[in-house]
Ligand binder design. Structure first.
Ligand code: BG6
Length: 477
């Protein structure tokens, strides 16, 4: 049965990206590498086909073109990051790189001129490499102070034009891949360092919120938030063992950031649990008071796929470093629907389930979907005779996730909008251009030329009509 689904009033539709994944290194000065740049330079063999941040989509030279496409599609907003490592030349004293700041200022003007609201993230994995070398990056309390100084400069330069600021994109990711899982350069495992990074980023979110309030830039309508990749988790069964596995998974990957950002506090017993595992971080009562006093105005949530877990069947080896998987094992559910390219399960109801959690567990805080999308390899195979990629699979993916988003609003969740990852295809950590996510293709064979995909037209029509059609395919055959 085909239904027409109407978008709620004021529900925004946008697309996201980040600085390091799009801009390229044009104009980058000596000493301005981010952690991502350094990883790419030192360990290029793991980056798919050698692509990485060096050129990316060359957004730094081509943003006018990209914004003209956003205007054509009618997007309400565009989220990207300010690249901390490039915005400053001296991180201790927050000395601004005037060349990069001038580009950024022009870019924001172009965005607004095309009718698109800029949403700016202060860090999307772009911690300056110099700080990694000098003090271990976010392991150091000093980096929290430097981040606040950097944020204050950003507010000063762009705060009169940018209404929506975010501390981090996916604050859990870098340290989880590097220090917890030991999967990424520089291949140093240390679970306590992992926890210290998590904590310092939660603290930095509150400290920057505090700085924003004091900056004089938080005019009416402005909002400050952070963007959390919620790993929506489902237990295999309702047995106590499986439920406990899911609960701990949620605690160590989700509540770890949701709680301080929304409630202004970690849950009771969390620090004792960390202590039992030997990973309690250094903190002060003053820090906890700062976190308490500065919950964010709203949160952006990146939602891609569900995670399914069960209680542990196999014991953890004696002496192994702490890993949250001491409480769970992944559960490979029979019959799950897959995106075979990315290897992720597709389960659009994650949107509704998380929305109800926000409503019931997090005081119905305002939130939006900050990333959702479908990565597909070798998309060229879906090109039609006119040269347009016919990404109907992605359109279906959007429809199904948006269906649950609209239903969540109808059922009272304070969900404000939806952003696709990503506006154009771009480089991801390691996967580079392998999984294509864009509404707009980046043609690597031809000068990184831009071409709209069919999904861009779907977005355009949906925005114009404020509705989309949805195939409710629950018929038994
Ligand atoms: C998101 C990140 O979680 O996943 C992005 O915020 C990233 O930075 C995206 O590009 C897609 O990743 P991948 O590995 O599927 O290409």
């Amino acid at each position: 049965m085909t239904e027409t689904i109407y978008l709620p009033e004021d529900f925004f539709l946008g697309a996201a990206a980040s600085a390091w994944q799009t801009e390229g290194w044009k104009g980058k000065k000596e000493g301005q590498d981010s952690y991502m740049d350094a990883w790419y330079k030192e360990n290029r063999e793991v980056w798919h086909e050698g692509y990485g941040p060096a050129v990316a989509t060359d957004f730094i030279s081509r943003y006018e073109e990209d914004f003209s496409y956003m205007k054509e599609i009618g997007l309400n907003c565009y989220r990207t990051s300010l690249n901390w490592s490039r915005f400053l030349t001296d991180y201790e004293n927050a000395v601004v790189d005037e060349d990069y700041a001038a580009y950024y200022s022009r870019m924001i003007d172009a965005c607004i001129r095309n009718g698109v609201e800029p949403m700016i993230c202060l860090e999307h994995y772009e911690v300056p490499q110099v700080l990694m070398e000098r003090c271990g990056g976010w392991n150091s309390r000093h980096v929290v102070d430097l981040f606040v100084k950097y944020a204050a400069k950003a507010f000063e330069r762009f705060g009169s034009r940018v209404k929506y600021w975010f501390a981090f994109n996916e604050p859990v990711v870098v340290q989880t891949r590097v220090y917890l899982d030991g999967l990424r350069w520089p291949f140093h495992q240390d679970s306590k360092v992992w926890m210290q990074w998590n904590y310092h980023k939660a603290l930095a979110t509150a400290a920057v919120m505090d700085a924003y309030k004091k900056s004089g830039m938080r005019r009416s309508g402005c909002k400050f938030g952070t963007i959390i990749n919620v790993e929506t988790v489902y237990p295999r069964t309702d047995s106590a063992d499986d439920m406990n596995a899911a609960d701990k998974y949620d605690l160590f990957y989700n509540r770890l950031f949701l709680d301080p950002a929304i409630r202004g506090a970690y849950e009771d017993g969390f620090f004792e649990l960390l202590d039992r595992h030997g990973i309690l971080m250094e903190y002060t009562p003053g820090d906890l008071a700062l976190i308490k006093a500065n919950p964010t105005d709203w949160v952006g949530i990146n939602l891609y796929h569900p995670n399914r877990v069960k209680g542990r069947m196999n014991p953890i080896r004696e002496g192994a470093p702490f890993h949250p998987c001491c409480y769970y094992e992944e559960f490979d559910m029979p019959g799950k629907r897959m995106n075979p390219f990315r290897g992720w399960e597709i389960y659009p109801k994650i949107v509704y389930d998380f929305a109800m959690r926000m409503k019931h567990e997090y005081g119905n805080k305002e939130w939006f979907i900050a990333e959702n999308g479908m990565g597909v390899q070798n998309e060229g195979q879906y090109r039609d005779k006119q040269g347009m990629i016919q990404d109907d699979y992605r359109i279906d993916f959007f429809r199904q996730h948006l269906y649950w988003a609209v239903k969540a609003v109808e059922d009272g969740s304070n969900l404000k909008g939806y952003m696709n990852w990503a506006f154009t295809d771009n480089v991801s950590p390691m996967n580079a251009f392998k999984n294509r996510y864009g509404l707009v293709e980046i043609d690597l064979e031809h000068n990184r030329d831009r071409h709209l995909k069919k999904s861009a037209l779907f977005f355009r029509d949906m925005i114009a009509q404020r509705s989309f059609s949805y195939e409710n395919d629950t018929e038994y055959r």
